[in-house]
Write a protein that binds this ligand. Structure first.
Ligand code: SF4
Length: 117
């Protein structure tokens, strides 16, 4: 598994801030329980041995008009760690059933959309 976030502020034993910049103007994204952001947070926290009290997941989207939701979601590190199993189970499902495709909102940004059965 891999991912590319845009920026982070690593405050050991304090708050790990993970920041994603979204330039699009037409699709507002909330950071609250946002799986893409959680995934980035898990990866970076793991890289630093989970040495944080909390993790803040930021979505910066300056071109969005009319969005008045939160710009970050703060999660205790122990709660974030519970998502490791969540992602591991997802990987296991893909490896066990590589030909099972589930269409949904998650397809919007999928790079395989053009060839997906
Ligand atoms: S388009 Fe992408 S995300 Fe959607 S079902 Fe196909 S492979 Fe999965």
């Amino acid at each position: 598994m891999f991912g590319t976030f845009d920026s982070a502020v690593v405050d050991h034993f304090g708050t790990l801030n993970v920041i994603d910049f979204k330039y699009g103007a037409g699709h507002a994204v909330s950071p609250v329980k946002n799986l893409q952001m959680i995934f980035y947070g898990v990866g970076l926290a793991h890289l630093y041995q989970w040495n944080f009290k909390r993790v803040r997941l930021w979505v910066v989207q300056p071109r969005i008009k009319g969005y008045d939701g939160p710009t970050y979601w703060e999660v205790p590190t122990l709660e974030l760690k519970t998502y490791v199993d969540f992602f591991k189970r997802a990987v296991d499902r893909v490896e066990l059933n590589p030909n099972e495709f589930v269409e949904g909102g998650h397809c919007h940004w999928c790079k395989a959309k053009g060839i997906c059965p």
